[in-house]
Design a protein. Structure first.
Length: 439
C-alpha cells in the first residue's frame, strides 16, 4: 500500500527535539517507501527523480504519539452530567465511564473511533496507543478500531480492557478479543496488539491467573493496565494479601518489557525497582489525573522510569497535554518535569520498541510521520530557543503526513469525508447519551 517512489519535501524548518539533527532552519527531507531516507541541510532538488513538494518554509515536527488514551470516550464531549454526582474516583468510574462504555454498540463505537481519530490526525498525532472498552460490543471491536485507524493512516495499538465488573463471561470474551488481536495483527506493520486489563481492583486472582495461563505459548505479548490511579487500587491489592498492585501483577508473571503501566501515582520505591527490573513502561497522564483529583505523580518516579505521556481520553492534542502538565505542577509548586522530553523522547522510545520500527523521530530510517506548521512568530527562532516556540507558539498543524502520505493537506483531509464523520458522531452521541440513562 505504501509502495512509492522517492518524494522530496523542500524548504522546511526542521524541529526535532532530542533528535539529530535537532534544528535546521533551511532543509529538505527525502522519503522513500514511507520512511525517511535522508535529511538535507539546504535544498537541492537538481536531478531528483520523483515528486517534489515545495513546503514554503513550513516548520516540521515529528508525528506525535499518544501513549495512552481511550477513543471509546470520544462521544463524551458535552454529554449530560451524571444523575448522581460522584464523590470519589471509583464513583466517577461507576457513574460516568462504566455507563458510557456499556452504552456503546457497533455503530456508536465506530463513530467514537472515527471522530476521535479525526481529532488526533488534525492535531498531528500519528500514533495512538488505545485502551478500549465496550462490554456490550466485544467481539470484532478491535478489528473495527484497526480498520478505522487504517483509514486515517494512524499507527494504532489495540487492546480490550478485560474486567470482572460485568461478570466472568464478559471477562472471558474481553480477554479473548485481545488474544484474537494478538495473533491476527502480530506482523502488521502499523498495528500493535496488547493485552488490555482494566485495573487490578476489578480483577480477581482467578481472572489474573486465567490471563497468565492464556499467555503461555504466546510471543511478544505485553499487558496494558491502569495501576494505582487512586489509593483504592492499592488498598484492594493489600486486602487480597499483596504488598502492592505491582507485586500482585508480578505474582501472576504479567510484567515484562512490553508492559504498559498507566498512572502509577501511588507506587512505592520497591514497585519502582520491580518495574525497572522487568523493563516495564510507565505512562503519565497529567490532565486526567488533575481532572479526577487523584493526585500528582512524583517527579522522581517520572524521571527514573523515563515515563511516557498519554491523555487518558481527556484530549487528543499532545502539545496541550504538555502545557497542562507543566501548569498543574507549577500550580502545586512541584518539582518541574520536562514534558517535551516525555513527548518527543520517551514516547518515541516506547512506541519504537513496541512497534519494532522507528516512530516519532525525524531521522534516516524512521517512518515518515511528520507534522507541519505554518508558523511565523513575532520573535526569532534558532537552535537555542525553538523548544519554547513549540511550547508556547504552536497551534493547529496545517499538514500531517504518515507513512510518507499526506493525511492532512492545508487543513483538509484529502481522503476522508470529515463532515460526514462529524454528522454521524452527533447522531450516535445522542443515542449513546440516551442509552446511558438506562444503566
Ligand atoms: Zn486510561
Amino acid at each position: 500500500m505504501d509502495d512509492m517512489n522517492q518524494i522530496l519535501l523542500n524548504k522546511l524548518r526542521i524541529m526535532n527535539p532530542f533528535g539529530k539533527p535537532e534544528f535546521l532552519d533551511d532543509a529538505a527531507i527525502i522519503i522513500e517507501d514511507g520512511n525517511i531516507n535522508s535529511i538535507i541541510s539546504g535544498h537541492s532538488p537538481d536531478g531528483f527523480q520523483g515528486d517534489i513538494f515545495d513546503m514554503g518554509g513550513k516548520t516540521v515536527l515529528p508525528g506525535m504519539i499518544n501513549a495512552h488514551t481511550h477513543l471509546y470516550s470520544s462521544l463524551a464531549l458535552g454529554m449530560p452530567p451524571p444523575k448522581n454526582i460522584p464523590g470519589d474516583f471509583v464513583e466517577i468510574l461507576k457513574e460516568i465511564w462504566w455507563k458510557l462504555d456499556l452504552a456503546l454498540d457497533h455503530s456508536s463505537a465506530q463513530a467514537s473511533f472515527e471522530s476521535g481519530l479525526l481529532d488526533c490526525i488534525l492535531n498531528g498525532v500519528t500514533t495512538v496507543i488505545d485502551h478500549h472498552a465496550s462490554p456490550n460490543f466485544v467481539s470484532g471491536s478491535l478489528d473495527l478500531l484497526v480498520a478505522s485507524a487504517e483509514k486515517f493512516g494512524i499507527n494504532i495499538s489495540v487492546c480490550f480492557e478485560a474486567s470482572d465488573r460485568n461478570g466472568l463471561e464478559n471477562f472471558q470474551q474481553e480477554l479473548d478479543e485481545s488474544l484474537h488481536a494478538l495473533e491476527k495483527y502480530r506482523d502488521h506493520p502499523h498495528v500493535l496488539p496488547l493485552i488490555g486489563l482494566h485495573a487490578s481492583f476489578t480483577l480477581s486472582d482467578e481472572s489474573l491467573q486465567k490471563v497468565s495461563d492464556s499467555l503461555q505459548g504466546h510471543q511478544d505479548w505485553g499487558i496494558h493496565i491502569h495501576v494505582a490511579e487512586d489509593l483504592a487500587d492499592e488498598r484492594d491489592a493489600k486486602s487480597r494479601g499483596y504488598a502492592s498492585v505491582i507485586e500482585r501483577l508480578d505474582h501472576f508473571s504479567l510484567l515484562n518489557n512490553r508492559c504498559l503501566i498507566v498512572h502509577g501515582i501511588f507506587i512505592t520505591r520497591q514497585d519502582r525497582q520491580t518495574l525497572l527490573q522487568h523493563g516495564c513502561k510507565l505512562i503519565h497522564n497529567p490532565s486526567s489525573n488533575a481532572n479526577n483529583r487523584v493526585g500528582i505523580l512524583e517527579t522522581e518516579i517520572i524521571d527514573s522510569l523515563h515515563a511516557g505521556l498519554g491523555t487518558d481520553g481527556k484530549q487528543n492534542n499532545m502539545l496541550a497535554e504538555v502545557n497542562q502538565g507543566l501548569l498543574i505542577r507549577s500550580a502545586k509548586a512541584c518539582e518541574p518535569v520536562n514534558y517535551l522530553e516525555l513527548l518527543f523522547k520517551n514516547n518515541p522510545n516506547i512506541a519504537s520498541h513496541l512497534f519494532a520500527k522507528s516512530l516519532g523521530r525525524i531521522s534516516a530510517g524512521a517512518q515518515a510521520d511528520l507534522v507541519f506548521y505554518d508558523y511565523h512568530p513575532r520573535t526569532e527562532i534558532h537552535a537555542d530557543n525553538f523548544m519554547s516556540h513549540i511550547l508556547y507558539g504552536f497551534e493547529k498543524p496545517s499538514d500531517v503526513m504518515s507513512h510518507g502520505i499526506f493525511r492532512v493537506r492545508n487543513g483538509r483531509l484529502p481522503d476522508i469525508d470529515a463532515g460526514a464523520i462529524l454528522e454521524n458522531a452527533k447522531i450516535q452521541s445522542s443515542r449513546v447519551w440516551e442509552a446511558m440513562q438506562k444503566h
